[in-house]
Design a binder for this molecule. Structure first.
Ligand SMILES: Cc1ncc(COP(=O)(O)O)c(C=O)c1O
Length: 347
């Protein structure tokens, strides 16, 4: 049985270009902070990689700081902001990744569409650009218009190549992670619009992994094949709608990013579908965020979006460009057949 991967929002396979770029640096192992020639060699890799990443994102290399990934970036920003203003002044939308909401005061939440829940004393507002569970795109420009003086932190971990990179102009700080677009795990960058305003964030305290940073740059430089991803997503959606009666497709935000399809089937838990797709068909999907340990628990993000409990146990199907239309047809057929089996059991 051929294993097929539909969980790209959790992580993506390492792109050959990223693997090659990292292999080529096998003998470049100096610490990029060292002052001797081996250090300078690694520092040149850091600088070259940041320049490449900056070019793709349409920003300046000096606005980018290497991190250990999305979680590290988000947590660093929140900790620095809390030291400046106190936790009571930091707010996040209800649909943020757990690396953001888990740190903040539970009452400091706002609605990602209406912004209800924000308070005038908020100094930092966190609103992600693309949601990792639903693919919803949020309107950061509207948040900026409503709160011109607050610092806007935007988690861009799922946003690369999915929204125009020029939208970064709306945010003060954004976080990125390499392993969501073919780069290595444990590597990311932080974007700060005005780096001089954030010396605690931009001063490098850890040893930068220049090899992984080069892998990140190589992955980012690849053709994102956006049209192919869009076609795959639409095809899968149409097939599922046609073959699974009562299917709910979760939509939120101002638009839907391609590559992430979150669906629920009334009367059937997403975890049941996920398990059977895995064990009977070797098809990898997820129930929501990859970091959710209890797959039978309701989705925190969908609970925030709707009170209808039929929506709270989704399956997330997230696609990558290595898939074909035939692969999505295979998934849709297996999905429909498993839903049929599960529905027959409860009758
Ligand atoms: C929206 C979002 N933010 C942050 C993260 C965490 O990124 P990382 O795995 O690099 O720590 C993820 C990963 O699942 C994510 O989807």
């Amino acid at each position: 049985m051929q294993s097929l991967y539909f969980d790209a929002a959790a992580t993506t396979p390492l792109a050959p270009e990223a693997a090659d770029a990292m292999d080529a640096l096998r003998d470049t192992w100096g610490n990029s902070a060292s002052q001797h020639h081996l250090g300078r060699e690694s520092r040149a890799v850091v600088e070259r990689s940041l320049t490449r990443i900056a070019e793709v994102l349409g920003v300046s290399p000096h606005q980018l700081t290497p991190t250990h990934g999305g979680t590290h970036g988000n947590q660093q920003v929140l900790q620095v902001a809390a030291r400046r203003w106190g936790w009571a002044h930091l707010y996040a939308s209800t649909v943020e990744h757990s690396s953001v909401v888990d740190l903040l005061l539970p009452e400091n939440r706002f609605d990602p569409m209406t912004f209800a829940g924000t308070r005038p004393e908020a100094r930092l507002l966190a609103l992600m650009q693309v949601n990792n569970e639903t693919g919803a795109i949020y309107d950061i420009a509207a948040l900026r218009r409503s709160f011109p003086d607050a610092v806007l932190l935007s988690d861009w971990v799922q946003a690369v190549h999915r929204v125009p990179h020029s939208w970064l102009a709306e945010v003060d700080i954004a976080t990125f992670s390499a392993h969501k677009f073919g780069g290595p795990k444990g590597m990311g960058v932080l974007y700060t619009a005005v780096p001089e305003a954030w010396p605690e964030l931009t001063a490098q305290h850890h040893t930068v992994d220049h090899v992984r940073l080069a892998g990140m740059a190589a992955a980012l430089l690849r053709d994102p094949k956006a049209e192919h991803l869009q076609r795959l997503t639409l095809h899968l959606q149409q097939l599922l709608q046609a073959s699974v009666p009562g299917l709910i497709i979760h939509r939120h935000g101002i638009a839907q990013a391609s590559g992430i399809l979150s669906v629920s089937v009334p009367g059937v838990r997403g975890a049941q579908i996920m398990r059977l797709l895995d064990t009977e068909e070797a098809l990898c999907v997820s129930t929501g965020a990859a970091c959710t340990r209890n797959i039978f628990a309701p989705s925190r993000v969908l609970q925030a979006i709707t009170s209808d409990t039929q929506h709270h146990y989704p399956v997330r199907l997230s696609l990558h460009t290595g898939l074909t239309l035939e692969d999505t047809e295979h998934l849709a057929a297996a999905f429909a057949s498993i839903v049929g089996q599960l529905r027959a059991q409860v009758r």
